[in-house]
Design a protein around this ligand. Structure first.
Ligand SMILES: *[C@@H]1O[C@H](CO)[C@@H](O)[C@H](O)[C@H]1NC(C)=O
Ligand SMILES: *[C@@H]1O[C@H](CO)[C@@H](O)[C@H](O)[C@H]1NC(C)=O
Ligand SMILES: *[C@@H]1O[C@H](CO)[C@@H](O)[C@H](O)[C@H]1NC(C)=O
Ligand SMILES: *[C@@H]1O[C@H](CO)[C@@H](O)[C@H](O)[C@H]1NC(C)=O
Ligand SMILES: *[C@@H]1O[C@H](CO)[C@@H](O)[C@H](O)[C@H]1NC(C)=O
Ligand SMILES: *[C@@H]1O[C@H](CO)[C@@H](O)[C@H](O)[C@H]1NC(C)=O
Ligand SMILES: *[C@@H]1O[C@H](CO)[C@@H](O)[C@H](O)[C@H]1NC(C)=O
Ligand SMILES: *[C@@H]1O[C@H](CO)[C@@H](O)[C@H](O)[C@H]1NC(C)=O
Ligand SMILES: *[C@@H]1O[C@H](CO)[C@@H](O)[C@H](O)[C@H]1NC(C)=O
Ligand SMILES: *[C@@H]1O[C@H](CO)[C@@H](O)[C@H](O)[C@H]1NC(C)=O
Ligand SMILES: *[C@@H]1O[C@H](CO)[C@@H](O)[C@H](O)[C@H]1NC(C)=O
Ligand SMILES: *[C@@H]1O[C@H](CO)[C@@H](O)[C@H](O)[C@H]1NC(C)=O
Length: 397
C-alpha cells in the first residue's frame, strides 16, 4: 500500500469516526450506557434546544450548558448552566453520564464535580436524561412514560439566570425549595452573581429583585389576578405577547408564563447589570430584541459600581471610578462586572504632615446623588475656612 492510499484510508477512517460520534448522540437522551464529552451534544426532539459543553466568551473554562439550537437562534444564547461554579478546562477528558441513577459530570481526573444529587432510594432502577423542547432537562426512570410520570429531577427546578416559558419562579413550602433567577458574575463567568429575582417570601405575590439575596432594590408590586398584571408594571397592559399566571396553595407559590404565539422565542434574563430583561428573538435581524427591563434606570441597581465607583445613567459605560481611583479588578470591569469597585491609585497628600499638602486632596462631582448611609462632614463642603478642611482628612481616608 503506497503512502497516498494509506493517507486516504486514514482520512476515511477519521471521517467515519467523526460521523459516528455525531450519529451516536444525535438524540435527545443520555441513556445509562451513554456519555457526553468533547463536542458531542444532545438535541431536543423538535430541535429547539441543545445541550453540551460550552465556553463563555474568552474564558478558558468549559461548562455543561443548554442553548437554543443554532438553526432557531443563530447567536449562541445560553439559557441554563449545570456546573456554574465548577468548570472544567478540558472538555474532551471530562464526561457527563448517568452514574448510580444520577446525571453526573466527571472532570479530567474522573472526579465527580456536579451531580443531580438524588439519594439512591429515589433512583432505584436505571435513569435516563432527556432534553425537552421546552428547555427542561429531565431525569427520569428509563422507559417510564414522560407524559405521566413525575420526573426524578428537572432543570426547571434549578433555574440559572434565564426564565423560560413554562418554568416557575417561586417556592415550595414542603421541600423549602426556592426557584429563583441568579445573574452570572460576569459575561465570562456563569457562577452565581449578586443579583437575584425572587418571589416575595412574605406572600404578597410580587416579585422582587435583590442584591446579594438581602438588599431589595426593585419590586413588581402586587399581582392583580383580574387584569393579570403587576401593579408596579402598568406597561404589562400593553404586553400582548406574554400570559403570566400565579399559582398558590398549601404547598407552593409560583409565577409562570406562556407566550400566546407558540412561535415566539422568548426569555427572561437576570442580567449581570442587575436588571431583569425580557427578550424576544427577531428572526429578520438575527438578534434579541429587548422588550422590557427593570429597574428601568441602570443606576437604580443597588451598589452596581462597587466601592468608590460612580454610576452614570447616560454614558454607554455605566460605571466609572472617582478621581484618583481605578478599577480594582480591571478584567471584570472590562466585562461590565463592576461590583469589585475601585481602589486608590494616587496616594493622599494629607498623609504628609503639612496641611498645605492636604489642600490638594479634594475632588468635585457635579449633579450626583450620594449613596445610602453616606457619612459626610457638612461644614467643610460649604466653608473654605481651614480648620473644617482638616476634618475632611478623616472623611477621605
Ligand atoms: C443503550 O441502552 C438503551 C436503553 O437501555 C438500549 O436501548 C440501547 O440498545 C443501548 N445501546 C447500546 C449501544 O448498548
Ligand atoms: C475576546 O478576544 C478577542 C480576540 O483576542 C477580542 O477581540 C475580544 O474583544 C475579546 N472579547 C472580550 C469580551 O474580551
Ligand atoms: C477534578 O476535581 C477535583 C475535585 O474538585 C480536583 O481536586 C482535581 O484537581 C480536578 N482535576 C482536574 C484535572 O482539574
Ligand atoms: C450536591 O451536593 C453537594 C454536597 O451536599 C453540594 O455541594 C452540591 O452543590 C450539590 N450539587 C447540586 C447540583 O445540587
Ligand atoms: C406524550 O404526549 C405526546 C403529545 O400529547 C404524544 O405525541 C406522545 O406519544 C406521548 N408519549 C407517550 C410515551 O405516551
Ligand atoms: C423547611 O423549613 C422549615 C423552617 O425553616 C423547617 O422547619 C422544615 O423542617 C424544613 N423542611 C425541609 C423539608 O427541609
Ligand atoms: C417580610 O416580613 C418580615 C416581617 O414583617 C420583614 O422583616 C421582612 O423584611 C419582609 N421581607 C421582605 C422581603 O419584604
Ligand atoms: C453577600 O452576603 C454574604 C452573607 O450575607 C456576605 O458574606 C458577603 O460578603 C456579601 N457579599 C458582598 C459582595 O457584599
Ligand atoms: C393564560 O394562562 C392561563 C393559565 O395558564 C390559562 O388558563 C389561559 O387560558 C391563558 N390565556 C390565553 C389567552 O391563552
Ligand atoms: C401538597 O402536597 C401533598 C403531599 O406532598 C399532596 O398530597 C397534596 O395534594 C398537595 N396539595 C396541593 C394543593 O397541591
Ligand atoms: C481592559 O480593556 C482595556 C481597553 O480595552 C485594555 O487595554 C486592557 O488590557 C483590558 N484589561 C484587562 C485586564 O483585560
Ligand atoms: C510627602 O512628602 C515627601 C517629602 O516631602 C514626598 O517625597 C512625598 O512624595 C510626599 N507624599 C505625597 C503623597 O505627597
Amino acid at each position: 500500500m503506497d503512502a497516498k492510499t494509506k493517507r486516504s484510508l486514514v482520512l476515511l477512517l477519521c471521517l467515519c469516526l467523526h460521523l459516528k460520534t455525531h450519529v451516536c448522540l444525535a438524540a435527545d437522551t443520555i441513556d445509562a450506557n451513554q456519555s457526553l464529552s468533547g463536542d458531542q451534544t444532545i438535541v431536543s426532539a423538535g430541535k429547539v434546544f441543545e445541550l453540551g459543553f460550552f465556553k463563555p466568551g474568552n474564558s478558558s473554562n468549559y461548562y455543561i450548558g443548554m442553548w437554543y439550537s443554532k438553526q432557531l437562534v443563530s447567536l449562541e444564547t445560553i439559557v441554563w448552566v449545570a456546573n456554574r461554579e465548577t468548570p472544567v478546562s478540558d472538555r474532551f477528558s471530562s464526561v457527563l453520564r448517568i452514574s448510580d441513577g444520577n446525571l453526573v459530570l466527571f472532570n479530567e481526573s474522573n472526579t465527580p464535580i456536579w451531580s443531580t444529587n438524588l439519594s439512591s432510594t429515589t433512583t432505584s432502577g436505571s435513569a435516563q436524561a432527556i432534553l425537552l423542547d421546552s428547555g427542561n432537562l429531565v431525569l427520569r426512570t428509563a422507559g417510564s412514560n414522560a407524559n405521566t410520570s413525575e420526573p426524578l429531577w428537572q432543570s426547571f427546578d434549578h433555574p440559572a439566570h434565564t426564565w423560560l416559558p413554562g418554568a416557575r419562579i417561586g417556592f415550595n413550602t414542603v421541600t423549602n425549595q426556592t426557584l429563583i433567577l441568579t445573574s452570572w458574575k460576569s459575561s465570562e463567568d456563569p457562577a452565581p452573581g449578586l443579583f437575584t429575582l425572587e418571589l416575595d417570601p412574605n406572600g404578597s405575590n410580587a416579585y422582587l429583585i435583590f442584591w446579594n439575596r438581602s438588599r431589595q432594590y426593585w419590586s413588581s408590586g402586587a399581582w392583580d389576578a383580574n387584569s393579570r398584571i403587576f401593579s408596579g408594571v402598568p406597561e404589562m397592559n400593553l404586553n400582548y405577547i406574554y400570559n403570566f399566571s400565579y399559582v398558590t396553595n398549601k404547598n407552593e407559590s409560583y409565577f409562570s408564563y406562556s407566550v400566546y404565539n407558540p412561535k415566539t422565542i422568548s426569555q427572561f434574563v437576570m442580567h449581570t447589570s442587575g436588571q431583569i430583561q425580557q427578550l424576544t428573538w427577531l428572526e429578520i435581524s438575527s438578534q434579541w430584541n429587548l422588550f422590557w427591563n427593570q429597574p428601568r434606570k441602570q443606576c437604580k441597581v443597588y451598589d452596581l459600581c462597587g466601592a468608590f465607583g460612580s454610576c452614570n445613567e447616560v454614558s454607554v459605560i455605566s460605571c466609572s471610578c472617582l478621581t484618583g481611583f481605578e478599577p480594582k479588578l480591571q478584567r471584570d470591569w472590562n466585562l461590565t462586572a463592576y461590583s469589585g469597585g475601585c481602589k486608590r491609585k494616587t496616594p493622599l497628600h494629607c498623609e504628609n504632615a503639612t496641611s498645605a499638602d492636604g489642600k490638594q486632596d479634594q475632588f468635585k462631582m457635579a449633579r450626583m446623588s450620594l449613596p445610602e448611609n453616606v457619612q459626610s462632614v457638612k461644614q467643610w463642603m460649604f466653608n473654605l475656612d481651614w480648620r473644617p478642611l482638616q476634618s475632611a482628612r478623616i472623611h477621605i481616608k
